[in-house]
Design a protein around this ligand. Sequence first.
Ligand SMILES: NC(=O)c1ccc[n+]([C@@H]2O[C@H](COP(=O)([O-])OP(=O)(O)OC[C@H]3O[C@@H](n4cnc5c(N)ncnc54)[C@H](O)[C@@H]3O)[C@@H](O)[C@H]2O)c1
Length: 437
Amino acid sequence: MNYKKLLKSKKFKIAVWGTGYIGLSTMVYFSKRKIKCVGYDISKEKIKKINSGVLPLSDLKNWFGFDIKGLVKQNYLRATNNYKDLITKDFLVHFIAIPTEKDGKPYYKPLLDVLSNISKINKNNKNPPLVIVESTLAPKVSDKKIIPFLNKRNLVVGKNILLSIAPRRDWFIEGGKNLENLDRVYGSTDVRSTKVTKDVLSIVCKKLHVASSYKVSEMVKSVENAYRHMDITLANQLSLAFPKDNIREVLKLVGTKWNLETFHPGIGAGGYCIPLSSRYILSQVKNVNKLSLLRETIKTDDSMSKSISNSIARKGLKQIGILGLSYKGDLKVSVLSKVIPLVKSLLKKKLKVRLFDPYFTKKEIYKAVKVKTFNFPKDLKKFDCLIVTVDHKQFKIQKKILEKYLKKCKLIIDHDGAWKKYNLKNNYYLSGNRGWI
Ligand SMILES: NC(=O)c1ccc[n+]([C@@H]2O[C@H](COP(=O)([O-])OP(=O)(O)OC[C@H]3O[C@@H](n4cnc5c(N)ncnc54)[C@H](O)[C@@H]3O)[C@@H](O)[C@H]2O)c1
């Protein structure tokens, strides 16, 4: 049977496990195509918000470009915290979008919890349900964890359950980089799973690339991000090796070459994907002499915060203001943000640190970095060093006001160029330019 037709017939639905950035966007895009989606999450707050038509992640509103209220009202979109709602026969597809990381390391308890719930489905189904794993996996996790787990519960892939690994590449800051438009790679365990996955994903994704196997698609996500991790870290190594040169400018011009991208030095790589990618790969490689490039990448990336705080302490600066907790501008995500180790290193040097981020409450800031927040822009005058870690639009205030509060500041490090257009005086450094470290 064609699963696309079955879903469009409205007799069948899609189950989504985990309703965060990835899961919620899956639900929203499929429900926009008039397919009923029900999401399960352990967060009651998220469920309540979704069911009342409110986005639990407000920054997603700009990315979607539309409201979810209508979809909820028409009953295409719903959320629950009762997993039993999702294991009935009318759920033809199960997307898995739960976290696979904890404290910067691969972590699979939520994945196994979800698989345990899914394995309670009816095992004699004419249309075996298709499981599509969207969460990022380390290489080999399907073979070592997912398939044996299902087998133990009398679920045989290709027979009474279908399985595909289809990682995501969304960029929740730019509206166009979404589920519809981005190239999507998927790989399955068998011919039937491959065919059915194409039926399902093609409802939303315009450009699909099929891998010869789930083992390949599983590795793609970590490997593509490990390349970025190395590129970003090479920019940092260059900056540390040539502190008296404008490496940022060098790299900007390097990026004008037709087959190269521009990377800039800074506090290191943050977020779910990039810093984890090398760790995901290495978690499956026992021989410590292999993949030395990735090992070195992690080492340098993790040491950037220490190098920056050492440099600030050497300059005799004492009052440090940090602008931004998110790992990326205009997003409320602090997962593996390099600001966290940076604050830790500065505190270790006995420096006074305050942090402001308009996306986080003072309580959330304290919980993440154990320092107090400050009033922006008024309190900028209190600092002799400012580090602007991201380019949130709220940081881009009038030049006159900014200059008024920056009079006493001796060092400003700007990571993403939030204040670049103001041509601030000679105490202003884009990270990577001469004298920033
Ligand atoms: N956010 C991104 O930009 C991005 C991009 C590509 C891939 N990914 C990957 O997608 C996965 C999910 O990321 P995300 O950004 O959506 O995370 P998220 O934290 O926004 O959402 C995860 C959701 O899963 C829920 N959850 C946790 N344990 C659960 C369980 N046992 N059962 C049901 N729900 C549970 C959480 O409450 C949360 O709502 C991760 O593997 C991540 O690496 C994320």
